[in-house]
Design a protein around this ligand. Structure first.
Ligand code: GLC
Ligand code: MG
Length: 510
Protein backbone atom coordinates (compact mmCIF):
# COMPACT_ATOMS: atom_id res chain seq x y z
CA UNK A 1 0.00 0.00 0.00
CA UNK A 2 1.49 3.34 -0.93
CA UNK A 3 2.01 5.57 2.07
CA UNK A 4 2.07 2.78 4.63
CA UNK A 5 5.38 1.54 6.06
CA UNK A 6 6.29 -1.98 4.99
CA UNK A 7 6.14 -3.40 8.51
CA UNK A 8 2.41 -2.81 8.83
CA UNK A 9 1.60 -5.33 6.14
CA UNK A 10 4.53 -7.66 6.79
CA UNK A 11 4.60 -11.11 8.33
CA UNK A 12 7.75 -11.49 10.42
CA UNK A 13 9.41 -14.88 10.94
CA UNK A 14 11.52 -15.39 14.05
CA UNK A 15 14.74 -17.34 13.62
CA UNK A 16 16.39 -18.78 16.71
CA UNK A 17 19.79 -19.25 15.09
CA UNK A 18 21.08 -22.11 17.26
CA UNK A 19 18.19 -24.25 16.10
CA UNK A 20 17.35 -23.12 12.59
CA UNK A 21 19.95 -24.67 10.30
CA UNK A 22 23.55 -25.82 10.69
CA UNK A 23 25.99 -25.34 7.82
CA UNK A 24 29.19 -26.69 9.39
CA UNK A 25 27.90 -29.82 11.10
CA UNK A 26 28.84 -28.84 14.66
CA UNK A 27 25.28 -29.41 15.83
CA UNK A 28 24.55 -25.72 16.34
CA UNK A 29 22.76 -23.61 13.76
CA UNK A 30 24.63 -20.68 12.22
CA UNK A 31 24.31 -17.64 9.93
CA UNK A 32 25.43 -19.54 6.84
CA UNK A 33 22.78 -22.15 7.66
CA UNK A 34 20.17 -19.39 7.59
CA UNK A 35 21.47 -18.11 4.24
CA UNK A 36 21.25 -21.55 2.70
CA UNK A 37 17.61 -21.88 3.73
CA UNK A 38 16.34 -18.51 2.60
CA UNK A 39 14.59 -20.32 -0.25
CA UNK A 40 12.30 -21.92 2.34
CA UNK A 41 11.28 -18.53 3.68
CA UNK A 42 10.79 -17.08 0.23
CA UNK A 43 8.70 -20.07 -0.83
CA UNK A 44 6.65 -19.77 2.37
CA UNK A 45 5.97 -16.11 1.64
CA UNK A 46 7.09 -14.26 4.78
CA UNK A 47 8.27 -10.68 4.41
CA UNK A 48 10.91 -10.32 7.11
CA UNK A 49 13.03 -12.30 9.52
CA UNK A 50 13.97 -11.42 13.07
CA UNK A 51 17.11 -13.25 14.10
CA UNK A 52 17.60 -13.90 17.82
CA UNK A 53 21.08 -12.89 19.11
CA UNK A 54 24.12 -14.18 17.22
CA UNK A 55 26.58 -11.77 18.88
CA UNK A 56 29.68 -12.74 20.84
CA UNK A 57 28.47 -14.35 24.01
CA UNK A 58 29.49 -16.83 26.71
CA UNK A 59 25.98 -18.27 26.09
CA UNK A 60 24.85 -18.32 29.73
CA UNK A 61 21.45 -17.31 28.28
CA UNK A 62 22.21 -18.61 24.77
CA UNK A 63 23.12 -15.26 23.31
CA UNK A 64 20.91 -12.96 25.38
CA UNK A 65 24.10 -12.30 27.36
CA UNK A 66 26.05 -10.19 24.89
CA UNK A 67 29.81 -9.73 25.25
CA UNK A 68 30.24 -7.66 22.07
CA UNK A 69 27.25 -5.85 20.58
CA UNK A 70 29.04 -5.42 17.26
CA UNK A 71 30.66 -8.81 16.79
CA UNK A 72 29.39 -12.17 15.57
CA UNK A 73 30.05 -15.15 17.82
CA UNK A 74 32.37 -17.60 16.01
CA UNK A 75 29.83 -20.33 16.76
CA UNK A 76 27.44 -18.55 14.38
CA UNK A 77 30.01 -17.35 11.82
CA UNK A 78 31.51 -13.99 10.94
CA UNK A 79 30.47 -10.46 10.14
CA UNK A 80 31.07 -11.35 6.49
CA UNK A 81 28.59 -14.21 6.79
CA UNK A 82 26.09 -11.74 8.20
CA UNK A 83 26.75 -9.33 5.33
CA UNK A 84 26.14 -12.09 2.79
CA UNK A 85 22.98 -13.11 4.59
CA UNK A 86 21.56 -9.57 4.56
CA UNK A 87 22.50 -9.08 0.94
CA UNK A 88 20.89 -12.29 -0.20
CA UNK A 89 17.81 -11.79 1.96
CA UNK A 90 17.34 -8.35 0.43
CA UNK A 91 17.75 -9.77 -3.06
CA UNK A 92 14.88 -12.11 -2.25
CA UNK A 93 12.75 -9.27 -0.91
CA UNK A 94 13.15 -10.32 2.73
CA UNK A 95 13.87 -7.72 5.41
CA UNK A 96 16.20 -8.51 8.28
CA UNK A 97 15.72 -7.52 11.92
CA UNK A 98 18.34 -8.21 14.57
CA UNK A 99 17.80 -8.69 18.28
CA UNK A 100 19.15 -5.85 20.38
CA UNK A 101 19.66 -6.60 24.07
CA UNK A 102 20.12 -3.22 25.74
CA UNK A 103 18.92 -3.89 29.29
CA UNK A 104 21.93 -5.98 30.27
CA UNK A 105 25.21 -7.19 28.86
CA UNK A 106 27.19 -10.31 29.62
CA UNK A 107 29.35 -10.22 32.75
CA UNK A 108 32.21 -10.91 30.31
CA UNK A 109 31.55 -7.79 28.29
CA UNK A 110 34.70 -5.62 28.56
CA UNK A 111 32.48 -2.86 29.96
CA UNK A 112 31.45 -4.99 32.91
CA UNK A 113 34.91 -6.48 33.39
CA UNK A 114 36.19 -2.91 33.64
CA UNK A 115 33.27 -1.78 35.81
CA UNK A 116 33.81 -4.63 38.23
CA UNK A 117 37.55 -4.10 38.48
CA UNK A 118 37.35 -1.31 41.06
CA UNK A 119 35.04 1.22 42.62
CA UNK A 120 37.08 3.93 40.89
CA UNK A 121 36.83 2.39 37.47
CA UNK A 122 35.74 4.91 34.82
CA UNK A 123 33.06 2.38 33.88
CA UNK A 124 31.90 1.71 37.46
CA UNK A 125 28.77 3.75 36.84
CA UNK A 126 27.93 1.90 33.59
CA UNK A 127 26.21 -0.77 35.69
CA UNK A 128 24.03 -0.62 38.78
CA UNK A 129 26.19 -0.93 41.90
CA UNK A 130 24.72 -0.48 45.35
CA UNK A 131 26.26 -0.36 48.83
CA UNK A 132 25.29 -2.82 51.49
CA UNK A 133 26.43 -5.84 53.37
CA UNK A 134 27.02 -9.29 51.95
CA UNK A 135 24.20 -10.88 53.96
CA UNK A 136 21.38 -8.55 52.86
CA UNK A 137 20.46 -7.81 49.21
CA UNK A 138 19.43 -4.17 48.71
CA UNK A 139 15.75 -4.99 48.14
CA UNK A 140 13.27 -7.81 47.46
CA UNK A 141 13.61 -7.93 43.66
CA UNK A 142 13.98 -11.43 42.24
CA UNK A 143 15.95 -12.57 39.20
CA UNK A 144 13.78 -13.68 36.29
CA UNK A 145 14.53 -17.35 35.74
CA UNK A 146 14.78 -18.70 39.26
CA UNK A 147 12.08 -16.46 40.74
CA UNK A 148 13.56 -17.19 44.14
CA UNK A 149 17.12 -15.93 43.81
CA UNK A 150 17.70 -12.22 44.42
CA UNK A 151 18.23 -9.95 41.43
CA UNK A 152 21.47 -8.88 43.10
CA UNK A 153 24.92 -10.40 43.30
CA UNK A 154 27.48 -9.41 45.90
CA UNK A 155 30.91 -8.63 44.53
CA UNK A 156 33.37 -9.54 47.22
CA UNK A 157 36.37 -7.83 45.68
CA UNK A 158 34.78 -4.36 45.61
CA UNK A 159 32.21 -4.82 48.37
CA UNK A 160 29.04 -3.81 46.52
CA UNK A 161 25.96 -5.45 45.01
CA UNK A 162 25.17 -5.31 41.31
CA UNK A 163 21.72 -5.65 39.80
CA UNK A 164 20.71 -8.30 37.28
CA UNK A 165 17.04 -8.77 36.40
CA UNK A 166 18.07 -12.07 34.79
CA UNK A 167 21.11 -14.26 35.51
CA UNK A 168 24.09 -13.07 37.57
CA UNK A 169 25.95 -13.36 34.23
CA UNK A 170 23.63 -10.64 32.82
CA UNK A 171 24.35 -7.42 34.77
CA UNK A 172 21.92 -4.57 34.02
CA UNK A 173 23.37 -1.52 32.31
CA UNK A 174 22.87 1.91 33.84
CA UNK A 175 20.62 3.74 31.40
CA UNK A 176 20.79 6.91 33.50
CA UNK A 177 24.42 7.26 32.44
CA UNK A 178 24.67 9.31 29.21
CA UNK A 179 27.85 7.44 28.22
CA UNK A 180 25.92 4.17 28.23
CA UNK A 181 23.18 5.77 26.15
CA UNK A 182 25.76 7.05 23.68
CA UNK A 183 27.63 3.75 23.45
CA UNK A 184 24.43 1.80 22.93
CA UNK A 185 23.24 4.24 20.24
CA UNK A 186 26.50 3.49 18.47
CA UNK A 187 25.63 -0.21 18.45
CA UNK A 188 22.29 0.59 16.77
CA UNK A 189 24.09 2.63 14.14
CA UNK A 190 26.59 -0.16 13.59
CA UNK A 191 23.86 -2.55 12.43
CA UNK A 192 21.78 0.09 10.66
CA UNK A 193 24.88 1.02 8.65
CA UNK A 194 25.16 -2.66 7.70
CA UNK A 195 21.72 -2.55 6.19
CA UNK A 196 19.47 -4.11 8.82
CA UNK A 197 15.83 -3.13 8.52
CA UNK A 198 15.23 -2.85 12.23
CA UNK A 199 15.49 -4.30 15.69
CA UNK A 200 13.62 -6.49 18.06
CA UNK A 201 14.40 -4.76 21.35
CA UNK A 202 14.77 -7.08 24.33
CA UNK A 203 13.02 -6.26 27.68
CA UNK A 204 12.75 -2.67 26.59
CA UNK A 205 10.23 -1.59 29.25
CA UNK A 206 12.76 -2.25 32.02
CA UNK A 207 15.67 -0.07 30.91
CA UNK A 208 15.63 2.61 33.60
CA UNK A 209 15.12 1.48 37.17
CA UNK A 210 13.18 3.34 39.87
CA UNK A 211 15.39 5.58 41.88
CA UNK A 212 16.07 4.22 45.37
CA UNK A 213 15.21 0.64 44.32
CA UNK A 214 11.98 0.32 46.33
CA UNK A 215 10.65 -3.05 47.51
CA UNK A 216 7.67 -4.11 45.39
CA UNK A 217 4.60 -6.33 45.83
CA UNK A 218 5.49 -8.73 43.05
CA UNK A 219 9.28 -8.97 43.16
CA UNK A 220 9.42 -10.79 39.84
CA UNK A 221 6.89 -9.09 37.55
CA UNK A 222 6.06 -5.70 39.05
CA UNK A 223 6.56 -2.71 36.78
CA UNK A 224 7.00 -0.60 39.93
CA UNK A 225 10.66 -1.51 39.64
CA UNK A 226 11.04 0.72 36.60
CA UNK A 227 11.10 4.44 36.00
CA UNK A 228 8.57 4.76 33.24
CA UNK A 229 9.03 8.41 32.22
CA UNK A 230 12.79 7.96 31.87
CA UNK A 231 12.37 4.68 29.96
CA UNK A 232 9.91 6.30 27.55
CA UNK A 233 12.40 9.11 27.05
CA UNK A 234 15.14 6.62 26.13
CA UNK A 235 12.80 4.92 23.67
CA UNK A 236 11.94 8.24 22.01
CA UNK A 237 15.65 8.73 21.39
CA UNK A 238 15.89 5.27 19.74
CA UNK A 239 12.94 6.22 17.58
CA UNK A 240 14.58 9.45 16.43
CA UNK A 241 17.77 7.55 15.66
CA UNK A 242 15.94 4.93 13.56
CA UNK A 243 13.74 7.45 11.80
CA UNK A 244 16.91 9.32 10.82
CA UNK A 245 17.76 6.46 8.48
CA UNK A 246 16.05 6.01 5.11
CA UNK A 247 13.75 3.09 4.43
CA UNK A 248 11.39 2.75 7.39
CA UNK A 249 13.70 0.97 9.83
CA UNK A 250 11.48 -0.58 12.48
CA UNK A 251 11.64 -1.12 16.23
CA UNK A 252 9.69 -3.99 17.76
CA UNK A 253 9.82 -3.84 21.53
CA UNK A 254 9.56 -6.76 23.85
CA UNK A 255 7.34 -5.00 26.38
CA UNK A 256 6.91 -7.80 28.86
CA UNK A 257 4.00 -6.27 30.75
CA UNK A 258 0.82 -8.29 30.94
CA UNK A 259 -1.44 -5.29 30.48
CA UNK A 260 -2.47 -4.28 26.97
CA UNK A 261 -3.14 -0.72 28.16
CA UNK A 262 0.44 -0.45 29.42
CA UNK A 263 1.87 -2.01 26.27
CA UNK A 264 0.03 0.59 24.18
CA UNK A 265 1.82 3.37 26.08
CA UNK A 266 5.13 2.21 24.60
CA UNK A 267 4.00 3.41 21.18
CA UNK A 268 4.02 6.89 22.72
CA UNK A 269 2.45 9.63 20.68
CA UNK A 270 3.64 7.87 17.54
CA UNK A 271 7.14 8.76 18.71
CA UNK A 272 8.26 5.65 20.62
CA UNK A 273 8.21 2.02 19.43
CA UNK A 274 6.88 1.36 15.95
CA UNK A 275 5.58 -1.99 17.21
CA UNK A 276 5.37 -3.73 20.56
CA UNK A 277 4.68 -7.30 21.49
CA UNK A 278 1.44 -7.68 23.42
CA UNK A 279 1.73 -10.96 25.33
CA UNK A 280 -1.67 -11.36 27.04
CA UNK A 281 -3.08 -13.14 23.95
CA UNK A 282 -0.11 -15.52 23.95
CA UNK A 283 -0.95 -16.47 27.52
CA UNK A 284 -4.69 -16.79 26.84
CA UNK A 285 -6.13 -20.31 26.54
CA UNK A 286 -7.79 -21.42 23.29
CA UNK A 287 -11.21 -20.14 24.28
CA UNK A 288 -13.59 -17.90 22.33
CA UNK A 289 -14.58 -15.59 25.17
CA UNK A 290 -10.98 -15.15 26.31
CA UNK A 291 -9.81 -14.36 22.80
CA UNK A 292 -12.69 -11.96 22.19
CA UNK A 293 -11.61 -10.06 25.31
CA UNK A 294 -7.96 -10.07 24.23
CA UNK A 295 -8.89 -8.67 20.82
CA UNK A 296 -11.31 -6.09 22.27
CA UNK A 297 -8.59 -4.86 24.63
CA UNK A 298 -6.25 -4.31 21.70
CA UNK A 299 -8.92 -2.45 19.72
CA UNK A 300 -9.76 -0.25 22.74
CA UNK A 301 -6.19 0.57 23.70
CA UNK A 302 -4.40 0.66 20.36
CA UNK A 303 -6.86 2.21 17.91
CA UNK A 304 -7.31 5.58 19.66
CA UNK A 305 -3.51 6.06 19.66
CA UNK A 306 -3.09 4.96 16.08
CA UNK A 307 -0.86 2.18 17.41
CA UNK A 308 -0.48 -0.79 15.08
CA UNK A 309 -0.95 -4.14 16.87
CA UNK A 310 1.23 -7.24 16.72
CA UNK A 311 0.13 -10.86 17.18
CA UNK A 312 2.26 -13.76 18.29
CA UNK A 313 1.41 -17.28 19.38
CA UNK A 314 4.85 -18.84 19.71
CA UNK A 315 8.42 -17.79 20.41
CA UNK A 316 11.63 -19.06 21.95
CA UNK A 317 10.51 -18.23 25.51
CA UNK A 318 7.31 -20.23 25.68
CA UNK A 319 5.94 -23.66 24.81
CA UNK A 320 4.76 -23.73 21.21
CA UNK A 321 1.09 -22.93 20.73
CA UNK A 322 0.23 -26.40 19.49
CA UNK A 323 1.71 -27.80 22.70
CA UNK A 324 -0.05 -25.20 24.86
CA UNK A 325 -3.43 -25.83 23.25
CA UNK A 326 -3.26 -29.55 24.04
CA UNK A 327 -1.40 -30.96 21.06
CA UNK A 328 -4.18 -31.10 18.49
CA UNK A 329 -2.99 -30.28 14.99
CA UNK A 330 -6.48 -29.14 13.99
CA UNK A 331 -6.47 -26.55 16.78
CA UNK A 332 -3.01 -25.36 15.83
CA UNK A 333 -4.23 -24.92 12.25
CA UNK A 334 -7.29 -22.91 13.32
CA UNK A 335 -5.01 -20.76 15.49
CA UNK A 336 -2.80 -20.07 12.46
CA UNK A 337 -5.83 -18.71 10.59
CA UNK A 338 -6.63 -16.43 13.52
CA UNK A 339 -3.03 -15.25 13.90
CA UNK A 340 -2.69 -14.38 10.22
CA UNK A 341 -6.03 -12.59 9.77
CA UNK A 342 -6.27 -10.26 12.78
CA UNK A 343 -5.53 -6.59 12.27
CA UNK A 344 -1.83 -6.08 12.91
CA UNK A 345 1.59 -7.50 12.18
CA UNK A 346 1.86 -11.25 12.87
CA UNK A 347 5.06 -12.87 14.12
CA UNK A 348 5.72 -16.51 13.30
CA UNK A 349 8.24 -18.61 15.19
CA UNK A 350 10.41 -21.02 13.19
CA UNK A 351 8.81 -24.44 13.00
CA UNK A 352 5.24 -23.39 13.71
CA UNK A 353 4.73 -23.57 9.96
CA UNK A 354 5.46 -27.30 10.32
CA UNK A 355 2.93 -27.69 13.14
CA UNK A 356 5.75 -28.68 15.49
CA UNK A 357 5.20 -29.68 19.08
CA UNK A 358 7.76 -28.93 21.76
CA UNK A 359 10.52 -31.49 22.02
CA UNK A 360 10.46 -33.76 24.99
CA UNK A 361 13.91 -33.00 26.37
CA UNK A 362 15.25 -35.64 28.80
CA UNK A 363 16.69 -34.25 32.05
CA UNK A 364 20.29 -35.00 31.07
CA UNK A 365 19.96 -32.88 27.93
CA UNK A 366 18.29 -29.83 29.47
CA UNK A 367 20.46 -26.78 29.16
CA UNK A 368 18.37 -23.61 29.53
CA UNK A 369 18.33 -21.98 32.98
CA UNK A 370 14.77 -20.81 32.16
CA UNK A 371 13.41 -24.28 31.24
CA UNK A 372 12.65 -23.25 27.66
CA UNK A 373 14.46 -26.01 25.75
CA UNK A 374 11.30 -27.65 24.41
CA UNK A 375 10.40 -24.91 21.95
CA UNK A 376 14.05 -24.46 20.93
CA UNK A 377 14.51 -27.89 19.37
CA UNK A 378 16.26 -28.00 15.97
CA UNK A 379 14.18 -27.64 12.80
CA UNK A 380 13.98 -30.93 10.93
CA UNK A 381 14.74 -30.11 7.29
CA UNK A 382 14.51 -33.45 5.55
CA UNK A 383 13.50 -37.07 5.87
CA UNK A 384 17.05 -38.40 6.40
CA UNK A 385 17.96 -39.66 9.90
CA UNK A 386 19.90 -36.48 10.65
CA UNK A 387 17.16 -34.24 9.19
CA UNK A 388 19.66 -32.01 7.44
CA UNK A 389 21.86 -31.48 10.50
CA UNK A 390 24.99 -33.28 9.29
CA UNK A 391 26.61 -36.25 10.97
CA UNK A 392 29.65 -34.77 12.69
CA UNK A 393 27.82 -33.91 15.91
CA UNK A 394 24.36 -34.41 17.32
CA UNK A 395 22.28 -31.24 17.37
CA UNK A 396 22.53 -29.35 20.66
CA UNK A 397 18.96 -30.36 21.52
CA UNK A 398 16.90 -33.39 20.49
CA UNK A 399 14.49 -33.07 17.55
CA UNK A 400 10.79 -32.39 18.13
CA UNK A 401 8.35 -35.34 17.97
CA UNK A 402 7.58 -37.00 14.63
CA UNK A 403 10.54 -35.40 12.88
CA UNK A 404 10.51 -38.24 10.34
CA UNK A 405 7.22 -36.93 8.90
CA UNK A 406 7.12 -33.43 10.33
CA UNK A 407 10.01 -31.91 8.42
CA UNK A 408 10.28 -29.39 5.61
CA UNK A 409 10.93 -31.92 2.85
CA UNK A 410 8.02 -34.21 3.72
CA UNK A 411 5.56 -31.38 4.31
CA UNK A 412 6.51 -29.60 1.12
CA UNK A 413 5.67 -32.75 -0.80
CA UNK A 414 2.26 -32.98 0.89
CA UNK A 415 -0.27 -30.32 -0.17
CA UNK A 416 -2.45 -31.15 2.84
CA UNK A 417 0.33 -30.35 5.35
CA UNK A 418 0.41 -27.54 7.92
CA UNK A 419 3.26 -26.05 5.92
CA UNK A 420 1.05 -25.66 2.86
CA UNK A 421 -1.70 -24.14 5.01
CA UNK A 422 0.71 -21.42 6.20
CA UNK A 423 1.78 -20.82 2.63
CA UNK A 424 -1.83 -20.45 1.44
CA UNK A 425 -2.59 -18.08 4.33
CA UNK A 426 0.41 -15.93 3.49
CA UNK A 427 -0.60 -15.90 -0.16
CA UNK A 428 -4.15 -14.91 0.82
CA UNK A 429 -2.73 -11.95 2.78
CA UNK A 430 -0.58 -10.89 -0.14
CA UNK A 431 -3.69 -10.97 -2.33
CA UNK A 432 -5.85 -8.89 -0.05
CA UNK A 433 -5.41 -5.29 1.09
CA UNK A 434 -8.28 -5.92 3.51
CA UNK A 435 -6.43 -8.76 5.27
CA UNK A 436 -3.21 -6.80 5.51
CA UNK A 437 -4.41 -3.34 6.36
CA UNK A 438 -8.19 -3.31 6.57
CA UNK A 439 -10.52 -2.56 9.44
CA UNK A 440 -11.57 -5.32 11.83
CA UNK A 441 -15.23 -5.74 12.73
CA UNK A 442 -16.73 -8.53 14.75
CA UNK A 443 -19.72 -10.36 13.21
CA UNK A 444 -22.51 -12.09 15.13
CA UNK A 445 -21.66 -15.76 15.69
CA UNK A 446 -22.81 -18.69 17.82
CA UNK A 447 -21.11 -19.75 21.05
CA UNK A 448 -17.63 -21.08 20.57
CA UNK A 449 -17.13 -19.26 17.28
CA UNK A 450 -15.40 -16.01 16.46
CA UNK A 451 -16.36 -14.34 13.18
CA UNK A 452 -15.09 -11.05 11.82
CA UNK A 453 -14.86 -8.99 8.72
CA UNK A 454 -11.82 -7.22 7.32
CA UNK A 455 -12.51 -4.35 4.94
CA UNK A 456 -10.42 -1.91 2.97
CA UNK A 457 -12.20 0.15 0.33
CA UNK A 458 -14.01 -2.42 -1.80
CA UNK A 459 -11.83 -5.33 -0.70
CA UNK A 460 -13.51 -7.59 1.86
CA UNK A 461 -12.75 -10.83 3.66
CA UNK A 462 -14.70 -12.71 6.31
CA UNK A 463 -12.97 -15.00 8.80
CA UNK A 464 -14.70 -17.64 10.90
CA UNK A 465 -12.85 -19.51 13.64
CA UNK A 466 -14.49 -22.44 15.38
CA UNK A 467 -12.88 -22.85 18.82
CA UNK A 468 -14.93 -25.99 19.55
CA UNK A 469 -14.66 -29.51 18.17
CA UNK A 470 -18.35 -29.53 17.10
CA UNK A 471 -19.79 -28.36 13.77
CA UNK A 472 -21.35 -24.90 13.90
CA UNK A 473 -23.79 -23.12 11.60
CA UNK A 474 -22.53 -19.60 10.95
CA UNK A 475 -24.45 -17.43 8.50
CA UNK A 476 -22.59 -14.36 7.42
CA UNK A 477 -25.01 -13.06 4.77
CA UNK A 478 -24.46 -13.02 1.03
CA UNK A 479 -22.46 -15.28 -1.21
CA UNK A 480 -18.90 -16.18 -0.25
CA UNK A 481 -16.17 -18.40 -1.63
CA UNK A 482 -13.85 -20.34 0.65
CA UNK A 483 -10.46 -18.74 0.10
CA UNK A 484 -8.52 -20.75 2.72
CA UNK A 485 -9.74 -23.48 5.07
CA UNK A 486 -7.60 -24.63 8.01
CA UNK A 487 -8.20 -28.26 6.95
CA UNK A 488 -8.17 -27.47 3.23
CA UNK A 489 -11.80 -28.55 2.85
CA UNK A 490 -13.88 -26.86 0.19
CA UNK A 491 -11.32 -24.26 -0.86
CA UNK A 492 -12.42 -22.50 -4.04
CA UNK A 493 -16.01 -23.64 -3.51
CA UNK A 494 -19.05 -21.80 -2.19
CA UNK A 495 -19.28 -21.27 1.58
CA UNK A 496 -22.21 -23.45 2.68
CA UNK A 497 -23.02 -21.63 5.93
CA UNK A 498 -21.27 -23.90 8.42
CA UNK A 499 -17.83 -24.67 9.80
CA UNK A 500 -16.67 -28.08 10.97
CA UNK A 501 -15.31 -28.68 14.47
CA UNK A 502 -11.86 -27.06 14.97
CA UNK A 503 -12.11 -25.50 11.54
CA UNK A 504 -11.32 -21.93 10.57
CA UNK A 505 -11.99 -20.38 7.17
CA UNK A 506 -11.16 -17.24 5.26
CA UNK A 507 -13.94 -16.22 2.86
CA UNK A 508 -13.70 -13.97 -0.16
CA UNK A 509 -16.35 -12.54 -2.44
CA UNK A 510 -17.18 -14.97 -5.26
C1 GLC B 1 13.93 -11.75 26.73
C2 GLC B 1 14.28 -12.85 25.78
C3 GLC B 1 14.68 -14.05 26.58
C4 GLC B 1 15.88 -13.69 27.42
C5 GLC B 1 15.60 -12.48 28.28
C6 GLC B 1 16.85 -11.91 28.85
O1 GLC B 1 12.82 -12.05 27.49
O2 GLC B 1 13.23 -13.12 24.91
O3 GLC B 1 14.97 -15.14 25.76
O4 GLC B 1 16.23 -14.77 28.22
O5 GLC B 1 15.02 -11.44 27.55
O6 GLC B 1 17.59 -11.29 27.85
MG1 MG C 1 27.04 -24.75 13.03
Amino acid sequence: MPGEPWWKSAVVYQIYPRSFADSDGDGVGDLEGIRRHLDHLEWLGVDAVWISPFFRSPMADFGYDVADYCGVDPLFGTLEDFGRLVEEAHERGLRVLVDWVPNHSSDRHPWFVESRSSRDSPKRDWYLWVDGTADQPPNNWKAAFSQTEPAWTWDDATGQWYLHLFLPQQPDLNWRNPDVVGAMHETLRFWLDRGVDGFRMDVIHALVKKEGYPDVDDPWLSTDRFDEPATHERIRAFRRLLDGYPGDRVSVGEVFILSTAKVAEYYGDNDELHLAFNFPPLFAPWDTAKWRTRIDRVVEEFDPRGAWPTWVLSNHDNPRHRTRYGGSEATARAAAVLLLTLRGTPFLYQGEELGLLDADVPPDRRVDPGGRDGSRAPIPWDVSPTHGWGDRAEPWLPFPPEADVRNVEAERADPTSVLHLYRRLLAARHDSDALRLGTWQQLPSPDGVLAYERVLDDDRRVVIVNFTDADRTVSVGGDWTVDVASDGAGEGGRYAGAVAGDQAVVLRPP
